[in-house]
Ligand binder design. Structure first.
Ligand SMILES: NC(=O)C1=CN([C@@H]2O[C@H](COP(=O)(O)OP(=O)(O)OC[C@H]3O[C@@H](n4cnc5c(N)ncnc54)[C@H](OP(=O)(O)O)[C@@H]3O)[C@@H](O)[C@H]2O)C=CC1
Ligand SMILES: O=C(CO)COP(=O)(O)O
Ligand SMILES: [Zn+2]
Length: 350
């Protein structure tokens, strides 16, 4: 720990979570808008699911709705061009992880507050100060605005297909291998480590593992439980000032699958598969993780997502290349193909 340096940590001021949390939208927007226009970033589907209702709450306040796709550098560039003549005073991201990442990055660049309004508990970027942005080659974890407020309406989120909730739970459960990687990087590479961030991250994972039986379709209580741990995971990232506590080798595998453009797995599902292999490579209890994913109904079989075995093997072999500066159990050179195949076979991913 360096005591002669200032470290900045940013946390949300207001968190509204629960049934009808959307009713707090107006008051939160008014509190955070000092001047200018409210920029609402949403997607075509998520506008219908919640964006329109959020906009209705802003009646009388100047606002502009921007429709966006995946979170990429190109999408950020065109969004900035679209809003070039608008004096934005507040950004609200309404949607899944991609819309929230777009919103928090644009708010950061414009130096205005950001409100996170998730339509599903499908990822733990809901409350984090980092954005995962694709730059045409890789997925960068870049600095972004920590949401100044989070409005998580569990009634709206509970209407998302159950798959979204199971994926979000998996994204948090996988923190367990991310922390194992971080501890290893601290031991081997001397990487800066925060015990507080690691403990919170592990806690959020353990809570969901221990209560996996209660994560079921059709239960708003499950959405509550997952969202609470998503908030905890975001807090760990805020303390660390990076996604390190929640993104290790399991995420590198997920990002490699994205790069190879294979299959239809959601982010959290890709991460679940990755965490089994990471846990196996660490010599940990991967069977416990396997049973947990089974309980919550997440398949960890690549074939179920249309991912061919050979692509999964390649993804694992090259995953370390995605973030060379982030040392993990995958090491610094391509994983031998046979090692990759065995690890994926043994854990049932292929
Ligand atoms: N910054 C961080 O710390 C983190 C960032 N992420 C990022 O988040 C993204 C993954 O997020 P994820 O939410 O899985 O995927 P997306 O945001 O890509 O959304 C996937 C699809 O689901 C739709 N959708 C969203 N909500 C609902 C709903 N309630 N009902 C039906 N459909 C819905 C979206 O609609 P529409 O077309 O309207 O958007 C979109 O078509 C990745 O880009 C990942 O990198 C993940 C974890 C952490
Ligand atoms: O997905 C994340 C945490 O769940 C963070 O993503 P990165 O791997 O892009 O940092
Ligand atoms: Zn993730």
């Amino acid at each position: 720990m360096e005591f002669n340096k200032t470290k900045a940590m940013h946390f949300p001021n207001d968190v509204y979570i629960g049934h009808n949390a959307i009713d707090s939208m107006r008051i939160v927007a008014e509190k955070n808008l000092k001047s200018g226009t409210i920029l609402v970033i949403t997607g075509q589907k998520t506008y219908r699911i919640a964006g329109e209702a959020v906009v209705n709450k802003l009646e009388g306040l100047k606002h502009y709705v921007l429709f966006s796709g995946n979170a990429t550098m190109d999408a950020i560039k065109s969004a900035r061009e679209e809003i070039a003549d608008i004096k934005v005073g507040l950004v609200i991201g309404v949607g899944g992880g991609s819309k929230i990442d777009m919103g928090k990055k644009i708010a950061f660049d414009l130096n205005v507050p950001f409100i996170s309004f998730p339509t599903a508990p499908s990822h733990d970027g809901i409350a984090s100060p980092r954005a995962s942005i694709y730059d045409g080659k890789s997925f960068l974890s870049i600095e972004a605005a920590m949401p100044t407020a989070i409005v998580a309406d569990t009634e709206i989120m509970a209407k998302a297909p159950y798959r979204f909730a199971a994926a979000g739970a998996s994204d948090v459960i996988a923190n367990i291998t991310a922390v194992m990687d971080w501890k290893m990087a601290n031991r081997i590479k001397g990487e800066i480590f925060s015990t507080t961030a690691a403990v919170i991250s592990e806690y959020s994972s353990r809570e969901l593992i221990e209560n996996a039986n209660m994560i079921q379709p059709g239960l708003e209580a499950s959405i509550w439980m997952i969202t609470k741990q998503i908030l905890a995971s975001g807090t760990a990232m805020a303390i660390a000032g990076s996604s390190r506590p929640a993104s290790g080798s399991e995420h590198l595998f997920a990002h490699a699958l994205e790069i190879l453009g294979s299959g239809n797995a959601m982010h959290g599902e890709q991460v679940a598969m990755g965490s089994l292999v990471s846990m196996y490579l660490h010599g940990g209890d991967w069977k416990m993780l396997y049973d947990t994913y089974k309980k919550i109904g997440v398949s960890t079989k690549a074939k179920d997502y249309g991912i061919p075995d050979e692509i999964a093997i390649k993804a694992l072999s090259i995953a370390h290349r995605l973030r060379p500066q982030r040392y993990t159990i995958l090491g610094e050179t391509d994983l031998n193909e046979e090692v990759s195949r065995n690890a994926l076979k043994l854990t049932g991913v292929i």
